[in-house]
Design a protein around this ligand. Sequence first.
Ligand SMILES: NC(=O)c1ccc[n+]([C@@H]2O[C@H](COP(=O)([O-])OP(=O)(O)OC[C@H]3O[C@@H](n4cnc5c(N)ncnc54)[C@H](O)[C@@H]3O)[C@@H](O)[C@H]2O)c1
Ligand SMILES: O=CCCC(=O)O
Length: 497
Amino acid sequence: MRHSVPPLNDKSLLKSQAYINGEWVNAKSGKSFEVTDPSSGAVIGTMPEMDASDIDLAIKAAADAFPSFRKTTGREKGKMLRKWYDLMMENADDIAKLITWENGKPLTDAKGEVSYAANFFEWFSEEAPRVYGDTIPATVPGNRVFTVKEPVGVCGLITPWNFPAAMITRKIGPALAAGCTVVAKSPGETPFTAAALAELAHRAGIPKGVINIVTALQNTPEVGEAITSSSTIRKVSFTGSTNVGKLLMKQSASTLKKLSFELGGNAPFIVFDDADLNVAVAGAIACKFRSSGQTCVCANRIYVQQGIYDEFCKAFAEKVKTFKVGSGYEEGVTHGPLIHDRAISKVEQHVRDAESQGGKVLVGGQKMPDLGSNYFQPTVIRDMTSKMQLASEETFGPVAGVFFFSTEKDVVAMANDTEVGLAGYFFSKDIQRCYRVAEALEVGMVGVNTGLISDPAAPFGGVKHSGFGREGSKYGIEEYLTMKMVTMGGMGQELQG
Ligand SMILES: NC(=O)c1ccc[n+]([C@@H]2O[C@H](COP(=O)([O-])OP(=O)(O)OC[C@H]3O[C@@H](n4cnc5c(N)ncnc54)[C@H](O)[C@@H]3O)[C@@H](O)[C@H]2O)c1
Ligand SMILES: O=CCCC(=O)O
Protein backbone atom coordinates (compact mmCIF):
# COMPACT_ATOMS: atom_id res chain seq x y z
CA MET A 1 0.00 0.00 0.00
CA ARG A 2 1.34 3.45 -0.87
CA HIS A 3 0.09 6.34 1.23
CA SER A 4 -0.90 9.48 -0.65
CA VAL A 5 1.40 12.46 -0.54
CA PRO A 6 0.22 15.21 1.82
CA PRO A 7 -1.23 18.17 -0.07
CA LEU A 8 1.72 20.55 -0.14
CA ASN A 9 1.35 24.16 -1.24
CA ASP A 10 4.73 23.80 -2.90
CA LYS A 11 5.06 20.29 -4.31
CA SER A 12 8.70 20.86 -5.25
CA LEU A 13 9.61 20.59 -1.55
CA LEU A 14 9.10 16.84 -1.72
CA LYS A 15 12.37 15.33 -2.93
CA SER A 16 13.44 11.71 -3.24
CA GLN A 17 17.14 12.27 -3.81
CA ALA A 18 20.18 13.23 -1.79
CA TYR A 19 21.73 16.69 -2.16
CA ILE A 20 25.45 16.81 -3.00
CA ASN A 21 27.42 19.75 -4.35
CA GLY A 22 24.26 21.74 -5.06
CA GLU A 23 22.65 18.94 -7.07
CA TRP A 24 19.97 16.32 -6.45
CA VAL A 25 21.51 12.89 -6.89
CA ASN A 26 20.82 9.15 -6.58
CA ALA A 27 23.14 6.61 -5.02
CA LYS A 28 25.89 5.56 -7.43
CA SER A 29 24.73 1.97 -6.95
CA GLY A 30 21.21 2.96 -8.01
CA LYS A 31 19.88 1.44 -4.77
CA SER A 32 17.18 3.07 -2.68
CA PHE A 33 15.32 2.39 0.56
CA GLU A 34 11.67 2.70 1.45
CA VAL A 35 10.31 5.22 3.91
CA THR A 36 7.17 4.32 5.84
CA ASP A 37 4.44 6.32 7.53
CA PRO A 38 4.57 5.24 11.20
CA SER A 39 0.84 5.80 11.49
CA SER A 40 -0.36 3.49 8.71
CA GLY A 41 2.77 1.45 8.11
CA ALA A 42 2.39 2.28 4.41
CA VAL A 43 5.38 2.97 2.19
CA ILE A 44 5.38 6.69 1.44
CA GLY A 45 8.42 7.03 -0.76
CA THR A 46 12.03 6.13 -1.34
CA MET A 47 15.44 7.70 -0.87
CA PRO A 48 18.89 6.73 -2.18
CA GLU A 49 20.63 4.00 -0.18
CA MET A 50 24.07 5.56 -0.26
CA ASP A 51 27.32 3.86 0.57
CA ALA A 52 30.86 4.99 1.37
CA SER A 53 31.59 5.89 -2.26
CA ASP A 54 28.69 8.40 -2.29
CA ILE A 55 29.81 9.82 1.03
CA ASP A 56 33.29 10.38 -0.40
CA LEU A 57 31.73 12.55 -3.13
CA ALA A 58 29.88 14.58 -0.51
CA ILE A 59 33.04 14.97 1.58
CA LYS A 60 34.96 16.14 -1.49
CA ALA A 61 32.23 18.67 -2.34
CA ALA A 62 32.32 20.03 1.22
CA ALA A 63 36.14 20.16 1.20
CA ASP A 64 36.19 22.01 -2.15
CA ALA A 65 33.66 24.54 -0.89
CA PHE A 66 35.46 25.17 2.40
CA PRO A 67 38.37 27.49 1.35
CA SER A 68 36.01 30.03 -0.14
CA PHE A 69 33.20 29.68 2.42
CA ARG A 70 35.54 30.12 5.38
CA LYS A 71 36.46 33.56 3.98
CA THR A 72 32.83 34.66 3.76
CA THR A 73 32.29 37.44 6.29
CA GLY A 74 30.21 36.83 9.38
CA ARG A 75 27.66 39.33 8.14
CA GLU A 76 27.29 37.50 4.80
CA LYS A 77 26.91 34.12 6.49
CA GLY A 78 24.36 35.69 8.81
CA LYS A 79 22.35 36.93 5.84
CA MET A 80 22.30 33.46 4.27
CA LEU A 81 21.09 31.88 7.50
CA ARG A 82 18.49 34.60 7.92
CA LYS A 83 17.23 33.98 4.39
CA TRP A 84 17.03 30.26 5.12
CA TYR A 85 15.09 31.05 8.32
CA ASP A 86 12.64 33.25 6.37
CA LEU A 87 12.08 30.53 3.77
CA MET A 88 11.46 27.95 6.49
CA MET A 89 8.85 30.16 8.10
CA GLU A 90 7.20 30.94 4.75
CA ASN A 91 6.97 27.20 4.07
CA ALA A 92 6.18 26.19 7.65
CA ASP A 93 2.87 24.48 6.81
CA ASP A 94 4.43 22.28 4.15
CA ILE A 95 7.43 21.33 6.28
CA ALA A 96 5.10 20.49 9.17
CA LYS A 97 3.06 18.23 6.89
CA LEU A 98 6.22 16.40 5.87
CA ILE A 99 7.24 15.96 9.52
CA THR A 100 3.86 14.49 10.43
CA TRP A 101 3.93 12.26 7.36
CA GLU A 102 7.24 10.60 8.15
CA ASN A 103 7.50 10.97 11.95
CA GLY A 104 3.83 10.70 12.97
CA LYS A 105 3.68 13.58 15.48
CA PRO A 106 0.47 15.67 15.47
CA LEU A 107 0.43 18.53 13.00
CA THR A 108 0.30 21.19 15.73
CA ASP A 109 3.45 19.69 17.31
CA ALA A 110 5.07 19.51 13.87
CA LYS A 111 4.34 23.22 13.35
CA GLY A 112 5.90 23.90 16.73
CA GLU A 113 8.95 21.94 15.65
CA VAL A 114 9.31 23.96 12.43
CA SER A 115 9.37 27.18 14.40
CA TYR A 116 11.81 25.71 16.98
CA ALA A 117 14.03 24.44 14.16
CA ALA A 118 13.99 27.67 12.18
CA ASN A 119 14.85 29.60 15.32
CA PHE A 120 18.28 27.95 15.34
CA PHE A 121 18.95 29.57 11.95
CA GLU A 122 17.71 32.93 13.23
CA TRP A 123 19.78 32.63 16.40
CA PHE A 124 23.00 31.67 14.60
CA SER A 125 22.44 34.25 11.86
CA GLU A 126 22.92 36.72 14.71
CA GLU A 127 25.93 34.92 16.20
CA ALA A 128 27.79 34.64 12.87
CA PRO A 129 29.08 38.24 12.87
CA ARG A 130 30.08 38.06 16.55
CA VAL A 131 32.95 35.57 16.63
CA TYR A 132 35.59 37.30 18.72
CA GLY A 133 39.11 36.47 19.84
CA ASP A 134 41.09 37.91 22.77
CA THR A 135 44.13 40.05 23.25
CA ILE A 136 46.28 38.63 26.03
CA PRO A 137 48.90 40.48 28.10
CA ALA A 138 52.13 38.53 27.40
CA THR A 139 54.60 37.43 30.06
CA VAL A 140 57.56 37.95 27.70
CA PRO A 141 58.50 41.63 27.23
CA GLY A 142 58.07 42.77 23.62
CA ASN A 143 55.65 39.97 22.75
CA ARG A 144 52.07 40.66 21.76
CA VAL A 145 49.59 37.79 22.03
CA PHE A 146 46.14 37.50 20.52
CA THR A 147 43.72 34.74 19.56
CA VAL A 148 41.51 34.26 16.54
CA LYS A 149 38.65 31.80 16.21
CA GLU A 150 38.64 29.79 13.00
CA PRO A 151 36.15 27.31 11.52
CA VAL A 152 37.07 23.70 12.31
CA GLY A 153 36.65 22.65 8.65
CA VAL A 154 34.41 20.04 7.08
CA CYS A 155 31.91 18.66 9.59
CA GLY A 156 30.02 15.36 9.60
CA LEU A 157 26.58 15.62 11.19
CA ILE A 158 24.40 12.65 12.12
CA THR A 159 20.89 13.20 13.48
CA PRO A 160 17.88 11.14 14.66
CA TRP A 161 14.27 10.89 13.52
CA ASN A 162 12.47 12.29 16.59
CA PHE A 163 12.91 15.93 15.48
CA PRO A 164 13.45 15.59 11.72
CA ALA A 165 13.97 19.35 11.32
CA ALA A 166 15.25 20.69 14.64
CA MET A 167 18.09 18.23 15.24
CA ILE A 168 19.57 19.13 11.85
CA THR A 169 19.15 22.91 12.08
CA ARG A 170 20.62 22.89 15.61
CA LYS A 171 23.85 21.56 14.02
CA ILE A 172 23.90 23.19 10.58
CA GLY A 173 23.06 26.66 11.97
CA PRO A 174 26.20 27.00 14.13
CA ALA A 175 28.37 25.10 11.64
CA LEU A 176 27.62 27.59 8.87
CA ALA A 177 27.80 30.57 11.21
CA ALA A 178 31.34 29.46 12.10
CA GLY A 179 32.29 29.09 8.43
CA CYS A 180 32.31 25.28 8.25
CA THR A 181 30.94 23.19 5.40
CA VAL A 182 28.94 20.05 6.17
CA VAL A 183 28.04 16.52 5.19
CA ALA A 184 24.82 15.74 7.05
CA LYS A 185 23.41 12.22 7.18
CA SER A 186 19.65 12.55 7.49
CA PRO A 187 17.79 9.94 9.57
CA GLY A 188 16.74 6.94 7.45
CA GLU A 189 13.30 6.96 9.08
CA THR A 190 12.62 10.64 8.32
CA PRO A 191 14.66 11.86 5.33
CA PHE A 192 12.04 14.00 3.54
CA THR A 193 12.10 16.91 5.98
CA ALA A 194 15.89 17.23 5.69
CA ALA A 195 15.62 17.15 1.90
CA ALA A 196 13.01 19.94 1.95
CA LEU A 197 15.37 22.00 4.11
CA ALA A 198 18.15 21.41 1.55
CA GLU A 199 15.84 22.69 -1.21
CA LEU A 200 15.25 25.85 0.84
CA ALA A 201 19.00 26.21 1.43
CA HIS A 202 19.43 26.09 -2.33
CA ARG A 203 16.84 28.84 -2.76
CA ALA A 204 18.50 30.86 0.01
CA GLY A 205 21.64 31.00 -2.12
CA ILE A 206 23.86 28.89 0.10
CA PRO A 207 26.81 28.08 -2.20
CA LYS A 208 27.13 24.61 -3.69
CA GLY A 209 29.09 22.14 -1.60
CA VAL A 210 28.53 24.05 1.65
CA ILE A 211 25.64 21.78 2.59
CA ASN A 212 25.47 18.17 1.50
CA ILE A 213 22.66 15.91 2.69
CA VAL A 214 23.36 12.20 2.32
CA THR A 215 20.80 9.44 2.84
CA ALA A 216 20.87 5.80 3.97
CA LEU A 217 18.94 3.32 6.04
CA GLN A 218 20.48 -0.18 5.90
CA ASN A 219 23.86 1.32 5.04
CA THR A 220 23.81 3.71 8.01
CA PRO A 221 26.70 1.96 9.84
CA GLU A 222 28.83 2.09 6.66
CA VAL A 223 28.00 5.77 6.19
CA GLY A 224 28.81 6.45 9.85
CA GLU A 225 32.16 4.71 9.41
CA ALA A 226 32.93 6.69 6.23
CA ILE A 227 32.22 9.96 8.06
CA THR A 228 34.09 9.12 11.27
CA SER A 229 37.16 7.64 9.59
CA SER A 230 37.59 10.35 6.94
CA SER A 231 40.72 12.40 7.43
CA THR A 232 39.07 15.31 5.59
CA ILE A 233 36.24 15.59 8.11
CA ARG A 234 37.54 17.44 11.17
CA LYS A 235 34.50 17.34 13.39
CA VAL A 236 31.58 15.01 14.02
CA SER A 237 28.42 16.06 15.78
CA PHE A 238 25.99 13.27 16.61
CA THR A 239 22.59 13.13 18.27
CA GLY A 240 21.24 9.71 19.12
CA SER A 241 21.65 6.86 21.55
CA THR A 242 24.55 6.43 23.94
CA ASN A 243 25.52 3.08 22.40
CA VAL A 244 25.86 4.49 18.89
CA GLY A 245 27.66 7.53 20.34
CA LYS A 246 30.27 5.26 21.93
CA LEU A 247 30.75 3.40 18.64
CA LEU A 248 31.19 6.64 16.68
CA MET A 249 33.67 7.92 19.26
CA LYS A 250 35.79 4.78 18.84
CA GLN A 251 35.62 5.12 15.07
CA SER A 252 36.70 8.76 15.30
CA ALA A 253 39.75 7.98 17.43
CA SER A 254 42.20 7.28 14.61
CA THR A 255 41.64 10.75 13.14
CA LEU A 256 41.27 12.52 16.52
CA LYS A 257 38.23 14.52 15.54
CA LYS A 258 36.61 17.26 17.51
CA LEU A 259 33.35 15.73 18.75
CA SER A 260 29.98 16.83 20.10
CA PHE A 261 27.63 14.11 21.29
CA GLU A 262 24.05 14.63 22.42
CA LEU A 263 23.13 11.17 23.66
CA GLY A 264 20.49 9.35 25.63
CA GLY A 265 18.91 10.49 28.89
CA ASN A 266 16.91 9.02 31.79
CA ALA A 267 15.51 12.25 33.21
CA PRO A 268 14.43 12.37 36.85
CA PHE A 269 11.31 14.49 37.44
CA ILE A 270 10.88 15.29 41.14
CA VAL A 271 7.78 16.68 42.82
CA PHE A 272 8.29 17.86 46.40
CA ASP A 273 5.45 18.14 48.92
CA ASP A 274 5.72 21.93 48.77
CA ALA A 275 5.16 22.09 44.98
CA ASP A 276 2.11 23.62 43.35
CA LEU A 277 0.26 20.43 42.37
CA ASN A 278 -1.37 21.85 39.24
CA VAL A 279 1.91 23.27 37.98
CA ALA A 280 3.66 19.96 38.65
CA VAL A 281 0.99 17.91 36.88
CA ALA A 282 1.01 20.24 33.87
CA GLY A 283 4.81 20.06 33.83
CA ALA A 284 4.77 16.26 33.95
CA ILE A 285 2.25 16.04 31.12
CA ALA A 286 4.32 18.35 28.91
CA CYS A 287 7.64 16.78 29.83
CA LYS A 288 6.71 13.09 29.76
CA PHE A 289 4.32 12.99 26.80
CA ARG A 290 5.91 15.48 24.38
CA SER A 291 6.26 13.63 21.04
CA SER A 292 4.62 10.63 22.75
CA GLY A 293 7.60 10.37 25.07
CA GLN A 294 10.13 10.21 22.26
CA THR A 295 12.46 13.02 23.25
CA CYS A 296 15.79 12.64 24.97
CA VAL A 297 14.73 15.17 27.64
CA CYS A 298 11.38 13.51 28.44
CA ALA A 299 10.82 12.69 32.10
CA ASN A 300 11.63 9.01 32.54
CA ARG A 301 11.49 8.54 36.32
CA ILE A 302 8.83 10.60 38.11
CA TYR A 303 9.58 10.84 41.84
CA VAL A 304 6.80 12.22 44.04
CA GLN A 305 7.15 12.93 47.77
CA GLN A 306 4.99 10.99 50.25
CA GLY A 307 2.70 13.88 51.31
CA ILE A 308 1.50 14.59 47.77
CA TYR A 309 1.92 11.15 46.16
CA ASP A 310 -1.69 9.89 45.97
CA GLU A 311 -3.04 13.27 44.97
CA PHE A 312 -0.42 13.67 42.23
CA CYS A 313 -0.96 10.17 40.79
CA LYS A 314 -4.73 10.72 40.62
CA ALA A 315 -4.56 14.17 38.99
CA PHE A 316 -1.83 13.07 36.57
CA ALA A 317 -3.75 9.97 35.43
CA GLU A 318 -6.95 12.02 35.01
CA LYS A 319 -5.16 14.40 32.63
CA VAL A 320 -3.69 11.52 30.63
CA LYS A 321 -7.19 10.10 30.17
CA THR A 322 -8.12 13.24 28.20
CA PHE A 323 -5.50 12.58 25.48
CA LYS A 324 -6.69 11.77 21.98
CA VAL A 325 -4.40 9.29 20.24
CA GLY A 326 -4.49 8.92 16.46
CA SER A 327 -3.07 9.98 13.13
CA GLY A 328 -1.13 13.23 13.38
CA TYR A 329 -3.23 14.70 10.58
CA GLU A 330 -6.51 14.17 12.40
CA GLU A 331 -8.10 17.23 14.00
CA GLY A 332 -7.96 17.17 17.80
CA VAL A 333 -5.36 14.40 18.02
CA THR A 334 -2.90 15.15 20.81
CA HIS A 335 -0.59 12.14 20.51
CA GLY A 336 0.54 10.15 17.49
CA PRO A 337 2.15 6.75 16.92
CA LEU A 338 5.64 5.67 17.94
CA ILE A 339 8.27 5.52 15.23
CA HIS A 340 8.43 1.74 14.71
CA ASP A 341 7.72 -1.70 16.16
CA ARG A 342 11.00 -1.80 18.14
CA ALA A 343 9.80 1.24 20.08
CA ILE A 344 6.48 -0.48 20.77
CA SER A 345 8.24 -3.62 21.99
CA LYS A 346 10.36 -1.60 24.41
CA VAL A 347 7.48 0.29 26.02
CA GLU A 348 5.40 -2.86 26.26
CA GLN A 349 8.27 -4.67 27.93
CA HIS A 350 8.67 -1.83 30.47
CA VAL A 351 4.96 -1.93 31.30
CA ARG A 352 4.78 -5.72 31.68
CA ASP A 353 7.96 -5.74 33.78
CA ALA A 354 6.59 -3.02 36.10
CA GLU A 355 3.26 -4.84 36.46
CA SER A 356 4.97 -8.12 37.26
CA GLN A 357 6.82 -6.41 40.12
CA GLY A 358 3.81 -4.72 41.70
CA GLY A 359 3.42 -1.53 39.63
CA LYS A 360 -0.26 -0.47 39.30
CA VAL A 361 -1.39 0.76 35.89
CA LEU A 362 -3.71 3.74 36.46
CA VAL A 363 -4.38 4.42 32.79
CA GLY A 364 -3.33 2.82 29.48
CA GLY A 365 -0.87 -0.05 29.42
CA GLN A 366 -1.88 -1.64 26.11
CA LYS A 367 -1.13 -1.53 22.40
CA MET A 368 -3.79 0.01 20.16
CA PRO A 369 -4.05 -2.37 17.18
CA ASP A 370 -7.27 -0.73 15.97
CA LEU A 371 -5.25 2.40 15.16
CA GLY A 372 -2.18 0.61 13.79
CA SER A 373 0.76 -1.47 14.88
CA ASN A 374 2.81 1.51 16.13
CA TYR A 375 0.27 2.86 18.60
CA PHE A 376 0.51 2.48 22.38
CA GLN A 377 -1.86 3.89 24.98
CA PRO A 378 -0.46 6.78 27.03
CA THR A 379 0.23 5.04 30.32
CA VAL A 380 0.65 5.98 33.97
CA ILE A 381 1.98 3.40 36.45
CA ARG A 382 2.24 4.04 40.20
CA ASP A 383 4.16 2.21 42.92
CA MET A 384 7.27 1.95 40.78
CA THR A 385 10.50 0.65 42.35
CA SER A 386 14.15 0.97 41.50
CA LYS A 387 14.32 -2.72 40.52
CA MET A 388 12.02 -2.22 37.54
CA GLN A 389 13.52 -1.88 34.04
CA LEU A 390 12.07 1.57 33.52
CA ALA A 391 14.12 2.87 36.45
CA SER A 392 17.42 2.23 34.71
CA GLU A 393 16.54 2.31 30.98
CA GLU A 394 15.23 5.19 28.91
CA THR A 395 11.70 4.18 27.82
CA PHE A 396 11.48 6.62 24.89
CA GLY A 397 7.72 6.18 24.75
CA PRO A 398 4.43 7.20 26.39
CA VAL A 399 4.87 5.37 29.69
CA ALA A 400 5.10 7.40 32.90
CA GLY A 401 6.32 5.52 35.97
CA VAL A 402 5.67 7.26 39.30
CA PHE A 403 8.04 6.46 42.19
CA PHE A 404 7.60 7.37 45.87
CA PHE A 405 10.20 9.13 48.04
CA SER A 406 10.54 10.47 51.58
CA THR A 407 13.44 12.91 51.82
CA GLU A 408 15.30 15.38 49.63
CA LYS A 409 18.56 13.52 50.24
CA ASP A 410 17.02 10.18 49.21
CA VAL A 411 15.51 11.50 46.02
CA VAL A 412 18.67 13.26 44.85
CA ALA A 413 20.61 10.03 45.44
CA MET A 414 18.03 8.10 43.38
CA ALA A 415 17.97 10.75 40.66
CA ASN A 416 21.75 10.62 40.30
CA ASP A 417 21.95 6.83 40.42
CA THR A 418 22.30 6.41 36.67
CA GLU A 419 25.11 6.43 34.12
CA VAL A 420 23.49 9.20 32.08
CA GLY A 421 22.88 12.87 32.91
CA LEU A 422 21.01 14.87 30.31
CA ALA A 423 18.02 16.71 31.85
CA GLY A 424 16.48 16.75 35.33
CA TYR A 425 13.38 18.53 36.65
CA PHE A 426 11.92 19.35 40.01
CA PHE A 427 9.00 21.26 41.46
CA SER A 428 9.13 23.19 44.73
CA LYS A 429 8.17 26.61 46.08
CA ASP A 430 11.13 26.77 48.46
CA ILE A 431 13.79 28.98 46.90
CA GLN A 432 16.63 27.58 49.01
CA ARG A 433 15.66 24.04 48.07
CA CYS A 434 15.56 25.16 44.43
CA TYR A 435 19.22 26.20 44.55
CA ARG A 436 20.25 23.19 46.64
CA VAL A 437 18.66 20.58 44.42
CA ALA A 438 19.59 22.27 41.12
CA GLU A 439 23.21 22.24 42.25
CA ALA A 440 23.06 18.60 43.41
CA LEU A 441 21.58 17.03 40.27
CA GLU A 442 24.21 15.43 38.00
CA VAL A 443 22.77 16.56 34.67
CA GLY A 444 23.54 19.11 31.96
CA MET A 445 20.13 20.82 32.12
CA VAL A 446 17.71 21.47 34.97
CA GLY A 447 14.08 22.55 34.76
CA VAL A 448 12.76 24.11 37.99
CA ASN A 449 8.95 24.36 38.11
CA THR A 450 8.78 23.71 34.38
CA GLY A 451 8.78 20.60 32.24
CA LEU A 452 9.88 22.36 29.05
CA ILE A 453 13.45 23.61 28.83
CA SER A 454 14.23 23.57 25.10
CA ASP A 455 15.10 27.00 23.77
CA PRO A 456 17.56 28.02 21.01
CA ALA A 457 18.94 30.63 23.41
CA ALA A 458 19.73 28.07 26.14
CA PRO A 459 22.69 25.64 26.04
CA PHE A 460 21.49 22.09 25.38
CA GLY A 461 23.62 19.08 26.32
CA GLY A 462 24.51 16.51 28.91
CA VAL A 463 27.12 15.10 31.27
CA LYS A 464 28.22 11.54 32.08
CA HIS A 465 27.12 9.05 29.37
CA SER A 466 24.72 11.62 27.90
CA GLY A 467 27.66 13.07 26.00
CA PHE A 468 29.46 16.39 25.78
CA GLY A 469 29.31 19.65 23.91
CA ARG A 470 26.49 22.17 23.90
CA GLU A 471 24.03 23.08 21.15
CA GLY A 472 22.13 26.33 20.73
CA SER A 473 22.91 29.44 22.78
CA LYS A 474 26.04 31.57 22.58
CA TYR A 475 28.07 28.42 23.31
CA GLY A 476 26.78 26.37 20.36
CA ILE A 477 29.03 28.04 17.80
CA GLU A 478 32.16 27.20 19.84
CA GLU A 479 31.71 23.53 18.91
CA TYR A 480 32.50 24.47 15.29
CA LEU A 481 35.45 26.78 15.99
CA THR A 482 39.07 26.25 16.90
CA MET A 483 41.23 28.81 18.64
CA LYS A 484 44.47 29.97 17.08
CA MET A 485 46.96 31.89 19.22
CA VAL A 486 49.33 34.36 17.56
CA THR A 487 52.44 35.63 19.36
CA MET A 488 54.17 38.58 17.70
CA GLY A 489 57.75 39.11 18.87
CA GLY A 490 59.82 42.32 18.89
CA MET A 491 56.80 44.55 19.35
CA GLY A 492 57.66 46.63 22.39
CA GLN A 493 60.12 49.03 20.69
CA GLU A 494 60.68 52.75 21.39
CA LEU A 495 58.91 55.19 19.04
CA GLN A 496 61.08 56.15 16.08
CA GLY A 497 62.30 59.63 15.20
N1 LIG B 1 20.72 14.22 23.59
C1 LIG B 1 19.96 14.55 22.56
O1 LIG B 1 19.91 15.71 22.14
C2 LIG B 1 19.14 13.50 21.86
C3 LIG B 1 18.20 13.89 20.92
C4 LIG B 1 17.43 12.92 20.29
C5 LIG B 1 17.60 11.58 20.58
N2 LIG B 1 18.52 11.23 21.49
C6 LIG B 1 18.69 9.83 21.86
O2 LIG B 1 18.56 8.97 20.73
C7 LIG B 1 17.94 7.76 21.11
C8 LIG B 1 16.71 7.50 20.28
O3 LIG B 1 16.97 7.44 18.94
P1 LIG B 1 17.39 6.06 18.21
O4 LIG B 1 16.95 4.91 19.02
O5 LIG B 1 16.97 6.12 16.81
O6 LIG B 1 18.95 6.22 18.36
P2 LIG B 1 20.10 5.64 17.46
O7 LIG B 1 21.36 6.04 18.08
O8 LIG B 1 19.90 4.20 17.17
O9 LIG B 1 19.91 6.40 16.08
C9 LIG B 1 20.01 7.79 15.96
C10 LIG B 1 20.48 8.11 14.58
O10 LIG B 1 21.83 7.70 14.48
C11 LIG B 1 22.09 7.15 13.23
N3 LIG B 1 22.83 5.90 13.44
C12 LIG B 1 22.42 4.75 14.00
N4 LIG B 1 23.41 3.84 14.00
C13 LIG B 1 24.48 4.44 13.41
C14 LIG B 1 25.81 4.03 13.09
N5 LIG B 1 26.29 2.81 13.38
N6 LIG B 1 26.62 4.93 12.47
C15 LIG B 1 26.17 6.15 12.16
N7 LIG B 1 24.93 6.59 12.43
C16 LIG B 1 24.10 5.75 13.06
C17 LIG B 1 20.79 6.96 12.51
O11 LIG B 1 20.76 7.88 11.45
C18 LIG B 1 19.74 7.33 13.49
O12 LIG B 1 18.74 8.13 12.91
C19 LIG B 1 17.57 7.92 22.55
O13 LIG B 1 18.55 7.34 23.36
C20 LIG B 1 17.59 9.42 22.75
O14 LIG B 1 17.76 9.85 24.05
C21 LIG B 1 19.30 12.15 22.13
O1 LIG C 1 15.16 14.70 21.67
C1 LIG C 1 15.99 15.53 21.85
C2 LIG C 1 15.90 16.97 21.60
C3 LIG C 1 14.71 17.55 22.25
C4 LIG C 1 14.72 19.04 22.27
O2 LIG C 1 15.52 19.70 21.59
O3 LIG C 1 13.90 19.56 23.00
